[in-house]
Design a protein around this ligand. Structure first.
Ligand code: ZN
Length: 350
């Protein structure tokens, strides 16, 4: 119980990509870049294992951005036609590619990455993919001109990809859907359907990550406009509770999400964000434990997975390492308390 994991990304070494920025340019090219990416995955796995994480990821070391890293391998998405648009309901500007023709996978996108990671860790492995709604929100479209339809097209290729990842021994496929906290009506109208299409027939566990974004300035400022209680999850959690997704990853550390909303997820596994990713202050194990204890009022410990609020890619590496250790130490504190109380009451503490 209280198995620890991260949302997905870790900072990249400075010899691989420019540190502390999103869409960081690579420092190498050609075969040297490919080799450096593989080396960085080994480091990401090793650092998670050394910190004591129970479920590990490849740290998303092989992609420049969590959405565009997938889109680069998709036919119909033209990176030669980049335009700057406002994304996440115009919260911030991003340079995005344009859909100019039918969406099709040229071939496996992340199979080599997953195979490499699988071969180098014996721990349960999670692999992240961008969710259909978030993909649609992170590109321009001159072909379909219909967001729900485009989302279903991406869900189809995500499903092809996810099935391959599961066959390679990935234990959890997670779809990242920060857009679910922005377009609440669309989640209901077609977002859940698109998720279901993406996970159709998968043999592994499935997860969706819904957050308030990376710890970048535009997101921190946006959060300040959301009032004293963030209730976006109130709309989506009942829909997810009734969905076929196994696990939901959400933001709790230093957030104004009323924790009672976690109860709306019913019997789903819940990856509770107990590590803030905005800023460089490293939590103490006691702070982490306190957030876990509060969440346990609404989520049973065998369904509660202490995690990070979001990806850690924009952080300094030493900060991210400290946060990994705090995450594990905080979970261990609470596990110890549960073991103790179970023993006192005659239980097994399992
Ligand atoms: Zn996130």
């Amino acid at each position: 119980m209280l198995l620890t994991t991260i949302v997905g990304s870790l900072p990249k070494p400075s010899w691989l990509a420019k540190p502390e920025v999103l869409w960081a340019p690579w420092q190498l090219s050609g075969e040297a870049l490919e080799e450096a990416k593989r080396d960085a995955v080994l480091i990401a796995l090793k650092e998670q294992e050394a910190a004591g994480l129970d479920i590990v990821t490849d740290g998303e070391q092989t992609r420049q951005h969590f959405v565009h890293g997938f889109l680069e391998a998709i036919e119909g998405v033209d990176f030669g036609r980049r335009v700057t648009i406002g994304i996440r309901a115009n919260r911030y500007k991003a340079e995005v590619p344009t859909v100019t023709g039918p969406i099709r996978r040229r071939g496996p996108v992340h199979s080599d990455d997953a195979r490499w990671a699988r071969a180098h860790t014996r721990r349960p492995l999670k692999f992240t993919l961008p969710g259909p709604m978030t993909i649609v929100d992170t590109l321009a479209d001159e072909h379909y001109r219909d967001r729900p339809r485009l989302a279903m097209e991406f869900a189809r290729v995500l499903n092809e990809e996810a099935r391959e990842l599961a066959a390679l021994g990935v234990d959890v496929v997670q779809l990242d859907e920060p857009a679910f906290n922005v377009y609440l009506d669309d989640v209901k109208a077609w977002g859940i359907d698109a998720l279901h299409r993406a996970i159709e027939g998968l043999s592994c566990r499935t997860a969706v990550h819904i957050c308030y974004g990376y710890g970048i300035k535009a997101n921190i400022e946006w959060k300040q406009t959301l009032g004293s209680e963030w209730r976006q999850y109130e709309e989506t959690f009942p829909l997810l509770a009734g969905s076929r997704i196994d696990q939901v990853s959400l933001e709790c550390a230093n957030s104004r999400v009323p924790l009672a909303l976690l109860g709306l997820l019913k019997d789903k596994d819940v990856m509770v964000g107990v590590i803030d990713v905005a800023g460089s202050a490293v939590e103490t194990p006691q702070q982490v434990a306190e957030t876990i204890r509060k969440a346990m009022a609404f989520v049973a410990p065998d369904r509660l997975y202490p995690s990070t609020n979001c990806g850690m890619v924009p952080l300094r590496r030493d900060v991210a390492r400290g946060k990994l250790r705090a995450l594990v130490a905080g979970a261990a504190l609470v596990r110890g308390e549960l073991g103790g109380s179970a023993l006192k009451s005659g239980g097994t503490g399992a």
